[in-house]
Design a binder for this molecule. Structure first.
Ligand SMILES: [Zn+2]
Length: 147
């Protein structure tokens, strides 16, 4: 069961976690949201890891398929009604999706929300908030770098 942690997670700002053994009989808090070991590195001056994603943003019956390494800032600048999903990847994956769904293209990066795009987005959805999934990838990237 997640509990309130003594300090917020420095990766994602999460406030709930669980204590897990970390060897030598010690325990450490692990953020429930992104999996980061709270209270450990990163140093304040360690650069935040970047995880590039392809995003699927819905506005009415259209979906914008784009990519960003800083999705929080990027999505804040795009008018949309709903973030449908994220997929880990950059420009290559974005271009691949644009080709894959070319028949649905309305112009620019906007596509009609219809099959087979609906099915693809459905396959990416995990039942969690896409931002929780993104924060988990950030935590994974940090752990990979610090090990
Ligand atoms: Zn976290």
């Amino acid at each position: 069961m997640p509990e309130s942690m003594p300090s917020a997670c420095r990766v994602c700002g999460g406030v709930e976690g669980a204590r897990h053994p970390v060897g030598d009989g010690d325990h450490a808090w692990h953020c429930d949201r992104c999996g980061w070991r709270v209270g450990d590195a990163p140093d304040a001056d360690l650069p935040t890891p970047r995880v590039s994603v392809v995003y699927y943003l819905r506005y009415a019956q259209r979906v914008k398929i784009g990519t960003s390494a800083t999705p929080r800032a990027r999505l804040a600048a795009i008018r949309h009604e709903e973030l449908l999903a994220f997929e880990q990847g950059g420009r290559d994956l974005e271009q691949q999706r644009h080709r894959q769904f070319a028949a649905l293209r309305e112009g620019g990066e906007w596509f009609t929300l219809a099959a087979p795009l609906v099915d693809h987005i459905e396959s990416l959805r995990t039942g969690r908030d896409p931002w929780a999934t993104y924060d988990r990838w950030l935590g994974d990237a940090l752990r990979a770098r610090s090990s």
